[in-house]
Design a protein around this ligand. Structure first.
Ligand code: NAI
Length: 454
């Protein structure tokens, strides 16, 4: 049989592309070498949220007195947390499998390699079998970056150096956890293991955490976690790992921290190796597959979506890219836009960001006005929070009075930020937003209130 579409990789990008193509009546074959749902569902977004929710419950219980709630001897039963996490993952993976069946997608649980072309299309091999598809979607995702730090690879082999995959399945909470990289994964894991009782040290190369996040917000986050007892070593370069210590250099010279486990979370790189791209001439550029606005690669009929194209390595970006690519295959006009892709860090407090920051606006030479309000402008925020250092920041295009960026730290930021993305995506002006009625009392109301500061 010749399939209309072959999808390689069953993460959020791949499985959604398969689902949408199946819905439209195309015959679809999906290859997944590990588990449906990919990194997001099995060892990323979802399992980490299960862990972080347990941490949040424990944090609230520990701080219960501030809210008039007495909870004694609060602790995290890590094994029970991991067991619950496994159940959540199992339920959701089964859900993806059901969706594939419903849309008549054939799923092959095997590693696929592109072999070449035939007169009928692209030939893909998995195990002993060969399959042909008229079109190809590459959605192989990404793998953790493992820098050539002396001792790191050896430590990974011996099991004391971990990536996001292994850390989610630890049988016990490590007494001392050292995290290399203060980005999204590092901060979310620092958050859980700090609440679960580890002594956490984060070693970050830059002088700030959370990478591209608005600097004022990343400083609030840093201070909040310092207060909780996380030890941050900034502007620090890791130079080696022994079986007991991580060695690093700062301007004060060489230092070291002891560990029981080390997490490496210094970013991810597109998974482009071993899939046979060279057999059909798919171009790569600096370790990623470049794509156009319709997710097309340089080879007609071949698309690349999700982390593998390296543009915006987020599950929700992959979802949208999947839809754009399938629309292109179906002959419907659609274009991928990246200017209003929200990003969230699920720490406590949460961080939600979308669009330009003050820094990126300046780099691009945009004429903007930036305003900020404390979240204490929200009655609900004050009613619910003992710690009240949350803020909301808006970046406005001065000429058109449209919103270019919204950045927030505080409760519900993860759920509020898509509203801001809608404002940016639909090019709403400040005056348009002022006319929207927001529910009261909510933390999101501050987003309405701030429009009167512009
Ligand atoms: P990241 O890019 O977010 O952060 C990596 C951090 O490591 C940066 O702060 C960087 O300066 C630092 N770093 C790089 N090399 C270093 C070195 N040698 N020593 C010390 N620090 C070093 O990458 P991360 O946290 O690994 O996450 C990977 C991907 O997963 C990202 O693309 C992220 O968007 C995604 N992700 C998204 C989540 C979310 O949306 N909530 C949650 C977790 C991951």
């Amino acid at each position: 049989m010749i399939y209309d579409l072959i999808v390689i990789g069953g993460g959020p990008g791949g499985y959604l592309a398969a689902e949408r193509a199946g819905q439209a009546g195309l015959s679809v074959l999906l290859f997944e070498k590990r588990a449906l749902g990919g990194v997001c569902l099995n060892e990323g977004c979802i399992p980490s949220k299960a862990l972080l929710n347990s941490a949040k419950i424990a944090d609230y219980a520990k701080a219960g007195k501030k809210y008039g709630v007495i909870a004694e001897n609060v602790s995290i039963d890590h094994q029970a947390v991991v067991k619950r996490k496994d159940k959540v993952v199992k339920t959701l993976v089964a859900g993806v499998s059901i969706k594939m069946k419903k849309n008549k997608v054939t799923v092959v649980n095997n590693e696929a390699v592109i072999r070449g072309r035939s007169t009928d299309g692209f030939v893909v091999r998995a195990g002993e079998e060969e399959y042909t598809g008229k079109r190809l979607v590459i959605a192989t995702g990404s793998v953790p970056s493992m820098p050539p730090i002396p001792g790191l690879h050896e430590g990974y082999g011996k099991g004391y150096v971990l990536t996001n995959r292994e850390i989610l399945d630890l049988a016990e909470v490590p007494g001392k956890l050292v995290i290399i990289g203060g980005g999204v994964i590092g901060l979310e894991m620092a958050s859980y293991f700090n609440s679960a009782g580890s002594h956490v040290t984060v070693i970050e190369m830059l002088d700030h955490i959370a990478g591209p996040v608005d600097r004022e917000i990343s400083t609030i986050l840093l201070n909040s976690y310092r207060k909780k007892g996380v030890d941050f070593r900034l502007s620090a370069k890791v130079t080696g790992i022994t079986d007991k210590e991580v060695i690093f250099e700062t301007k004060d010279g060489q230092q070291s921290v002891p560990f029981d486990k080390v997490l490496v979370s210094i970013g991810r790189r597109p998974a482009i190796e071993g899939i046979g791209l060279e057999n059909i001439g798919v171009e790569t550029e600096r370790g990623r597959i470049p794509t156009d606005g319709q997710m097309k690669t340089n080879i007609p009929g071949v698309y690349a979506i999700g982390d593998v194209n390296g543009v915006s390595m987020l599950a929700h970006t992959a979802y949208r890219e999947a839809e754009v690519c399938i629309n292109d295959i179906l002959g419907k006009r659609d274009t991928m836009r990246y200017n209003a892709v929200p990003s969230v860090i699920y720490t406590n407090p949460e961080v939600g960001c979308v669009g330009e920051t003050g820094e990126t606006a300046k780099e691009k030479g945009l004429d903007v006005e930036i305003v900020k309000l404390p979240l204490t402008y929200s009655g609900r925020y004050i009613a619910e929070n003992a710690e009240t250092d949350g803020i909301l920041k808006v970046i406005m295009n001065r000429k058109y009075r449209t919103i270019l960026g919204v950045h927030m730290i505080g409760s519900y930021a993860s759920e509020i930020i898509y509203g801001a993305a809608m404002m940016i995506e639909s090019e709403m002006r400040v005056e348009d937003i002022r006319q929207i009625v927001f529910p009261h009392p909510t933390v999101g109301e501050v987003l309405r209130e701030i429009m009167w500061e512009l």
